[in-house]
Design a protein. Structure first.
Length: 166
């Protein structure tokens, strides 16, 4: 697969977009004492955007002491289906508060007197005796259909052993 080099304007656009996305990533309730209060504003009135792409390029060209290629050195590859692949993963940022699930999502409510002590108890929550009997019934039916007289009928205990429960 051939490497596709990004143009200077594509690199600038990607860099500006990544900076714009990360402006509000930092949470306002941080304990950092050096934290600037105005960077966590919920309103967009504090955000100024260039009027055109030329203004954007002028902002970058005014402070270009070092070529932008040295700052952004991630190789990108273009797949046949149009998928863009990067040689390095995206930077990891803190998970937003609204995407964190807290609470009892992993609680299983059991009937009184029932407890999960071993893996067999966990399995029996999903596959009770009735389900195992149905599996045994249709296993025997299919075995008789395919192997006819050579089939030896199975039972629930043998099926549990086959599944690794005993």
């Amino acid at each position: 697969m051939a490497k596709r080099q990004l143009t200077q304007s594509e690199i600038q656009r990607a860099f500006v977009e990544s900076v714009d996305e990360n402006i509000f990533v930092r949470e306002c309730d941080s304990d950092d004492e050096n934290f600037a209060v105005d960077s966590c504003s919920d309103s967009e009135s504090n955000v100024t955007e260039p009027a055109s792409e030329n203004d954007d390029e002028q902002l970058w060209s005014e402070s270009d002491d070092v070529p932008l290629q040295e700052y952004v050195s991630i190789d990108t590859y273009k797949g046949r289906d149009g998928t863009t692949w990067k040689s390095e993963p995206n930077r990891q940022s803190r998970t937003p508060r609204h995407n964190i699930i807290r609470g009892g999502i992993h609680k299983v409510i059991l009937s009184p007197g029932q407890a999960i002590i071993d893996p067999i108890d966990s399995f029996s929550l999903f596959f009770d005796d009735h389900v195992l009997e149905i599996i045994v019934k249709y296993t025997n039916t299919e075995g008789l259909r395919v192997l006819q007289n050579r089939w030896k009928s199975t039972d629930k205990i043998e099926m549990q052993a086959f599944l690794g429960l005993y």
